[in-house]
Design a protein around this ligand. Structure first.
Ligand code: PMP
Length: 365
């Protein structure tokens, strides 16, 4: 017996950690800074860390079934009903749930390219076919309804990433609504707002706010995560906000104990720690401005906690940067040869990245 042939799946990983890279190069981990996975340079919310410690001795019990307090807090924040919140094992888990809930074998999904690899992988796990709509370098990866609709051909799900990873571009709520209006009734438009906190942009959740009326759309879902602005990537907590009309569909698709008790306690504490999120967002905005101003190469404007840089030949530059102790993401795996994605760091990390990159670029000429 052999497992399914998923040979064209390249495992999506959050990149190698500092320890792994240091071991491989025979160097000390303290020599490195990692700006490769859009993690939070300030770490988790201190309140979340306390919540995790406080619950540590109770982890022999299964999680509370419904995580009602966290669900209610999230629903309250977005002015939607509790049933609209689908907690999951990270945003990735929410992507799986949305596919599980909608894809019949042979259905297709439409994903942006370049784009986040897991949409396609997850849809294939669920026997879906993957089709792509292009974001064009010549248009600075601008996202409009027309660009999506030009490629649309009745797919079951249309994935929109706003802010988009790895380009940092966004799509306005009006444009997203136009995609929803102009696609079939049986098409779900999913807006992945994993980086939403960093953007100067309204959330597409407004399209889902019905609260007992029939005002909310029944063909849009929004994805959010605790991995980025909340600094809880390691805890694995994310959620989808789904149409009110979907009722109790979550109960039919979720994995038993969809999120761990530790994750939910940390998430609830983090959700209430606005100060940590504000500090994180401030740092990211300062860092991305600095990166854009100071790097001696083309840097696209970004609404995320990262920037995309055109360095011509990404792999040797990424390796040279790693030798200098700065780990960044080579974007070849996103379908963007020649580009690096650099995560926004603290002031010191950002300065170090700019200095190292400029030195590498200067040495190459
Ligand atoms: N969506 C996008 C666009 C992402 O970049 C990521 C992670 N980098 C995710 C979703 C999933 O994040 P997580 O599973 O950590 O919540």
């Amino acid at each position: 017996m052999q497992p399914r042939d998923l040979s064209d799946h390249v495992a999506y990983k959050a990149g190698r950690g500092i320890e792994e890279v240091a071991r491989e190069l025979g160097r000390d981990p303290s020599e490195f800074v990692k700006l490769a996975s859009n993690e939070n340079p300030h770490g988790p919310s201190p309140a979340a860390a306390v919540a995790i410690r406080e619950h540590a001795s109770s982890t022999s019990s299964y999680p509370k079934a419904a995580h009602a307090d966290l669900v209610a807090a999230i629903a309250d924040r977005w002015a939607v009903e509790d049933e609209q919140i689908w907690l999951a094992n990270g945003g990735d888990g929410a992507i799986d749930y949305l596919h599980r809930a909608t894809i019949e074998p042979g259905d297709a999904v439409l994903v942006p390219t370049p784009g986040f690899a897991y949409y396609g992988m997850s849809s294939r796990f669920h026997h879906g076919e993957v089709r792509e709509y292009p974001l064009e370098r010549t248009n600075d990866f601008e996202q409009t309804a027309d660009r999506v609709l030009d490629s649309y051909d009745g797919e079951r799900i249309v994935w929109i990433t706003s802010p988009h990873n790895p380009t940092g571009t966004t799509m306005s709520v009006d444009e997203i609504e136009r995609v929803a209006v102009e696609t079939d009734d049986e098409t779900l438009v999913v807006v992945d707002e994993a980086y939403g906190e960093f953007a100067d942009l309204d959330s597409a959740v407004s399209l889902l706010q019905g609260r007992g009326t029939d005002d909310g759309r029944d063909d849009v879902a929004v994805l959010r995560t605790f991995s980025k602005a909340y600094g809880l990537a390691g805890i694995r907590l994310g959620y989808a906000i789904v149409p009110e009309e979907w009722g109790d569909a979550y109960a039919r698709v979720n994995t038993p104990f969809a999120a761990s008790e530790l994750a939910c306690r940390a998430g609830l504490a983090a959700l209430q720690d606005d100060e940590h999120v504000e500090r994180t967002v401030r740092t990211a905005r300062n860092s991305r401005e600095y990166l854009r101003d100071r790097i001696d190469a083309d840097v696209w404007p970004s609404e995320g906690n990262f920037v995309l840089v055109d360095v011509g030949e990404a792999t040797p530059v990424a390796e040279a940067l790693q030798d200098r102790g700065v780990i960044v993401r080579d974007c070849s795996s996103f379908g963007l040869p020649g580009c690096l994605r650099i995560t926004c760091g603290t002031e010191a990390e950002t300065e170090r990245a700019v200095e190292a990159l400029n030195a590498v670029l200067a040495g190459r000429d």
